[in-house]
Design a binder for this molecule. Structure first.
Ligand code: VOV
Length: 252
């Protein structure tokens, strides 16, 4: 049997994409809208204490284009906690003015291809602050988000899972080098979703300049890992929503 890469897992992730039902929102009266906004505010107010307690991280971005209107991204300790969050959202009055657009379930993942950092000596990798910060990341309040799911190909001629460990490590090294060229411009969170969702990984990118998403993803297309083995799902791109800008977006 071929050697699987060892993976470390951190927080579970839910990307919860919703669309606004503008017909229902505009048909509601001022009081109904006020109640909905108040409950949305209360829902979002709970995110801060969770982050302070280091039990997770949360953020919300608008989505540009027709695939969705906004995405709430949650990182939590367990699938139960993610489940409780989506149910809690569904119960608030504001949710009645939204429809479900898409969702993605995964877990923040680090593999041992780039050996440095991932402990192989039996010690608890979470004791390494760099590893801990990667696996349980506080989501940056970057202006833009880009999310897409992806697979590594399993075709007869091009099968990632049939490559030996040394070859995969070599290819991932080159992948990492391209990524490093975007240090300070793009922050990536890679989450594994084999057994959890329809693709093998979720890729979440954050940047102050959205153009850097295009530059990075394009450059990576020429790297063998992506050029030969990458398969990509739908792309979602959007803008950071604060409580204020979220309300502004909903103002009639
Ligand atoms: C923003 C920069 C950036 C940087 C620095 C970076 C580096 C690295 C390193 C060092 C490693 C290996 C160790 C680990 O961390 O697991 C990875 C791992 C991974 N990556 Fe990456 N990646 C980036 C960015 C980055 C992008 C933009 C994509 C999407 C690919 C594209 O074509 O659209 C991606 C994908 C992945 C995936 C799916 C994995 C897991 C592969 C597996 O088979 O297990 N990644 N990645």
């Amino acid at each position: 049997m071929n050697e699987a890469a060892l993976t470390l897992e951190g927080w579970y992730a839910l990307h919860d994409f919703r669309s606004l039902d503008w017909t229902a929102w505009t048909a509601a009266d001022d009081e109904e809208r006020a109640v909905a906004l108040e409950e949305l505010h209360a829902f979002m107010q709970e995110w801060g204490p969770v982050e302070e307690a280091k039990e997770g991280s949360s953020t919300v971005y608008s989505i540009v284009g027709q695939k969705a209107d906004f995405v709430m991204m949650f990182l939590r300790e367990s699938l139960e906690a993610l489940n409780a969050l989506e149910t809690a959202f569904n119960k608030i009055a504001f949710a009645q003015y939204t429809t479900k657009a898409y969702s993605y379930v995964s877990i923040v993942e680090l593999s041992n291809y780039a050996a440095g950092g991932t402990a192989g000596d039996g010690s608890d990798p979470m004791l390494n602050p760099h590893v801990a910060a990667r696996l349980k990341p506080i989501l940056p309040q970057a202006k833009h988000i880009c999310f897409y799911p992806m697979n590594k190909k399993r075709e007869l001629a091009d099968n990632w899972y049939m490559l030996d460990m040394d070859k995969r490590r070599e290819l991932m090294h080159s992948h990492g080098l391209i990524g490093r060229g975007y240090a300070g411009k793009v922050k990536q969170i890679i989450s594994g979703s084999v057994g959890f969702d329809d693709w093998e990984w979720g890729v979440t990118l954050f940047a102050e300049d959205a153009l850097q998403f295009k530059k990075l993803v394009y450059e990576m297309r020429f790297d063998e890992v992506s050029a030969r083995y990458g398969e990509f799902g739908p792309f979602y791109v959007g803008n950071l929503l604060t409580e204020e800008s979220f309300e502004e977006m909903l103002k009639l």
